[in-house]
Design a protein around this ligand. Structure first.
Ligand SMILES: Nc1ncnc2c1ncn2[C@@H]1O[C@H](COP(=O)(O)OP(=O)(O)OP(=O)(O)O)[C@@H](O)[C@H]1O
Ligand SMILES: [Mg+2]
Length: 243
């Protein structure tokens, strides 16, 4: 791996007496999609929040606040504004990121430039035809694509995704998986996901979290053949996805 863009060192987090993440260390490389899998309640979402700074850590290190500001500022999926159009949702993200660079071109031109940039991002995610559609009325799969468009409009250095495939149909999930396959060529991604078919199709590395501890971390092949992983989590699920 080239120099990691993210390094977690021995992160811990407890809620009262419950230790939810326990001594978690992992690294994410520059062009790596690093999947974090594990059973319900394993601590995956908590770990995501620790990485983003949404939750504090009791001990251990992720990054200092400055590194986090540069790296992670805008990578997390924001929820969409349901009463705004798809285009407006993306335009707001573009403006938040690049508003200052539109300052010199005059009001009308700035608006055109903003809309052009937002439109380009929508097209990229297959939503050009939905530009003027009210975001809240889009299908579940389209909303997920829109969330990715909004996230990418913010020009993140790392994308952190917590179950982007949850609740999607098979078709929608295939669509989003294809999108993520493209995105991972561009930026590092941490993907928490229960859909093993997608995980094993996408991941460069997989870490398995069980009761807050990483019990295995390696290539998809290493992880899927790890006996401890199979008994703790994958079992039949893996056989099906791997067949
Ligand atoms: N704010 C909180 N206060 C108390 N307990 C919490 C809090 N957040 C999470 N927990 C507990 O921490 C444990 C891990 O939760 P977490 O949401 O991180 O799991 P997860 O791996 O994301 O699960 P899932 O796969 O179902 O999304 C659970 O037992 C949960 O009840
Ligand atoms: Mg979760």
């Amino acid at each position: 791996m080239t120099a990691p863009v993210l390094r977690l060192t021995r992160l811990c987090k407890s809620f009262g007496a419950l230790r939810v993440t326990d001594d978690v260390s992992l690294e994410v490389g520059a062009r790596e999609l690093h999947a974090i899998i594990g059973p319900n309640g394993a601590g995956k979402t908590t770990l995501v929040h620790q990485i983003s700074g949404l939750a504090s850590s009791d001990s251990g290190r992720s990054m200092d606040a400055r590194a986090r500001a540069g790296l992670i500022r805008s990578f997390q999926l924001v929820s969409i504004l349901p009463s705004f159009s798809a285009l407006e949702n993306v335009a707001l993200a573009v403006q938040a990121r690049r508003g200052a660079s539109f300052r010199f071109v005059g009001r009308a031109n700035a608006e055109t430039a903003l809309n052009d940039a937002a439109m380009a991002m929508l097209s990229r995610f297959g939503l050009a035809a939905r530009a003027d559609f009210t975001a809240g009325l889009m299908s579940h799969g389209e909303k997920r694509q829109l969330e990715l468009a909004i996230a990418m409009a913010a020009e993140p250095k790392l994308l952190l995704l917590d179950e982007p495939l949850a609740g999607t149909s098979h078709e929608e999930s295939a669509r989003i998986t294809a999108t993520l396959k493209e995105l991972k060529r561009e930026l590092p991604i941490i993907l928490v996901e229960h859909d093993m078919e997608a995980v094993f199709a996408l991941a460069d590395r997989v870490s398995v979290l069980v009761y807050g501890r990483i019990i295995a971390s390696g290539s998809p092949d290493e992880v899927r053949h790890d006996p401890e992983v199979r008994s703790a989590y994958l079992g039949d699920e893996a056989e099906e996805a791997m067949a």
